[in-house]
Ligand binder design. Structure first.
Ligand code: F6R
Length: 617
């Protein structure tokens, strides 16, 4: 979704902004723009397209100034176009603004501003906000009242419904910028007499690791020599400066052609980081510190509801199998967007687990707020430290996957499953629904997962060859049973989002209730068929596909001889306990999608129409 970067200090703002916008490209966007503030003059440059188009556009133009703001836009109100790109100016050019989020009542506000003779040059909700702030400001001036830019912003924001992360400048106060947040994250980086404002920490970390995360309703006024923080009720707040532990090489490609490939290859390390310090192989000790305060509630829960979106929802589905198997606690998995608009039944003692890589997904956040209102204890499973979800949940476990930049989620999925496995194991052991022997054997197996993933990654060349064979397909089917059904869904999602091939994931047994009609000699059917209790059944499903001439690609356990005879292509993976099989079986599917997308010339890291952090509902 949209990206924000702003700078105030001694450096040339242009360079900081362009570099920052490039770091934010991973979020997905369709246009880019900057405003450079040089005393009373503000130069705004913006265009549809990439940050590199913007760079080309300004080549011979005035890019001077030590204060500025930059934005990458992911269209919500109004098509991607030059005029809808941010920054937006108010009609009389008093205010310049960039915005993430959505102003829900913008249409009503626009009509009332039109009655005050305001004219609009774009279709955006952001321009409405710029004009509203200006209207408040000029009205006060006309009435000979003293008004600061902050006060105009504050008053305007009081009439706004919706979500925003905002950076605003006012031509009457060219030495200052204002940052305001409600629902859309903003981080302020602090260095010597300079400040960096961004929608996430990635444009900031090469300059400083001291940051302030704005909270909802915060409004900060920032000058070269200081920052003044109040909330929307005008109450003074003390900024809480934190150190972030994010390194530059973690957000760079480090020689890989794409972030997605780098992140696929990072999974052995990422999973070890997820259990490091929590799980001990020698002593078979497992402790999730972040659950300390709620562990008893979790252990005694009558019901667990997992809420998430997209890939995180698929991890949640694996969690359902894990919790039911290991803990015998009834577990449901809900799309956050559905959960929040229903009348979910939450009883005393129910636990809601919210899973999110970014920690900023608007629907997941809304589901958390609703669950809290209904009295549930909410636990977060997140990757981005300091993001909104961990700050709004009672307790939680970080996945420690490291920054995930590729829009298609990979290491987030496997590390989320690792966390859910450890949660279910610890509750199962405490409740004696998992025996000590089973627990110990799972600890041992979990420890071997990174090594086994490394073995699978060595099959990249073979997977590339299979990708070549099916790269021109228009449809595909992914089948799995039990723990591998969510993996089938995830494999299909990975393929469709980055290669634009239509893909469906199904429980293998459901195939005969409909999708089997699609199978012909052009249809690749990817079957997850490792050895577990439904192995014989999945062989029957493969036979059914074979009888209809589908192209069978089977992910099988090393040494499997039976499926080798029926399938067109097999990818062998090491054996693991069936409950951990999602961690291994998903790896060839990620690689398969990746190679297919590359062969089709798709933009793997920034697939069309998609955004990394979905901060709109
Ligand atoms: C798919 C993908 C999305 C996200 C979804 C939730 O590859 O990345 O489906 O999984 O938007 O995002 P988070 O996990 O950040 O809440």
């Amino acid at each position: 979704m949209c990206g924000i970067v702003a700078y105030i200090g001694e450096k040339e703002a242009f360079k900081v902004l362009i570099k920052g916008l490039k770091r934010l490209e991973y979020r997905g966007y369709d246009s880019a723009g900057i405003a450079l503030i040089n005393n009373k003059e503000t130069n705004i440059y913006k265009c549809q397209g990439k940050v590199s188009d913007l760079e080309n556009m300004v080549k011979d133009l005035d890019i001077s100034g030590n204060i500025g703001m930059g934005h990458t836009r992911w269209a919500t109100h109004g098509e991607p176009s030059d005029k809808n790109a941010h920054p937006h100016e108010s009609m009389n050019k008093y205010f310049t603004i960039i915005h993430n989020g959505i102003i829900e009542n913008y249409s009503k506000l626009r009509k009332s501003l039109e009655k005050e003779n305001y004219k609009f040059t774009s279709e955006t909700d952001t321009e409405v906000l710029a004009n509203l702030i200006e209207y408040v400001y000029l009205k006060a001036k006309k009435e000979k009242k003293t008004i600061s830019a902050r006060e105009a912003v504050r008053t305007a924001l009081n009439s706004v419904n919706g979500a925003y992360g905002l950076v605003i400048s006012c031509k009457d106060f060219p030495e200052k910028i204002i940052a305001a947040r409600k629902g859309s994250p903003l981080v302020i980086g602090i260095s010597n007499n300079e400040y960096f404002i961004a929608s996430d920490a990635s444009p900031i970390i090469e300059y400083t690791n001291s940051v302030i995360y704005l909270n909802d309703d915060d409004i900060a006024v920032i000058g070269k020599n200081g920052l003044n923080l109040k909330n929307i009720k005008n109450i003074i707040k003390t900024p809480h400066i934190q150190k972030i532990d994010l390194k530059l090489d973690e957000i760079e490609k480090n020689g890989y052609e794409h972030y997605m490939l780098k992140e696929i290859y990072e999974q052995p390390r990422a999973i070890s980081d997820t259990y490091r310090g929590r799980l001990n192989y020698e002593s078979k000790f497992l402790r999730l510190g972040g659950l300390h305060n709620v562990f008893k509630n979790l252990k005694d829960a009558k019901k667990i509801i997992i809420v998430a979106c997209g890939t995180s929802w698929h991890a949640g589905l694996v969690g359902e199998y894990l919790f039911e198997d290991f803990t015998r606690i009834p577990t449901e998995v809900e799309y956050a967007s559905e959960f929040r608009y229903r009348k979910p039944i939450i009883n005393k003692g129910d636990i809601v687990i919210a899973i999110s890589q970014s920690g900023e997904t608007a629907d997941t956040l809304a589901a958390i707020r609703m669950a809290k209102k209904l009295g549930a204890i909410v636990i977060g499973v997140c990757n981005v430290v300091g993001s909104s979800i961990p700050r709004e949940t009672f307790a939680g476990v970080y996945t420690h996957a490291g920054p995930e930049i590729g829009v298609a989620s990979t290491k987030a999925f496997t590390t989320q499953i690792t966390v859910l496995t450890m949660m279910a194991m610890s509750v199962g052991l405490a409740n004696k629904t998992l025996s000590k022997e089973q627990f110990n054997s799972l600890v041992e197996e979990l420890y071997l997962i990174p090594k086994k993933i490394t073995q699978i990654l060595k099959k990249a060349e073979q997977i590339q060859k299979i990708a070549h064979i099916i790269k021109d397909s228009t449809n595909s089917l992914y089948l799995g049973r039990g723990y591998l059904f969510p993996v089938a869904l995830e494999g299909a999602l990975k393929l469709k989002e980055i290669s634009y091939i239509h893909a469906e994931g199904y429980p293998a047994a459901e195939m005969k209730h409909g999708p089997i009609a699609l199978i012909d000699e052009k249809m690749p059917v990817i079957v997850l068929a490792t050895k577990d209790k439904s192995y014989e059944k999945i062989i029957s499903n493969i036979e059914e596909v074979k009888a209809r001439k589908g192209i069978i690609i089977a992910i099988v356990t090393e040494g499997d001889e039976s499926i080798k005879k029926i399938a067109d292509h097999i990818i062998e993976i090491p054996y693991t306990d069936f409950s951990l099989a999602p961690l291994l079986t998903v790896i060839p599917l990620q690689l398969l999608s990746y190679y297919i997308a590359v062969m089709r010339g798709c933009n793997v890291d920034q697939p069309r129409n998609l955004a990394k952090s979905v901060t709109v509902e």
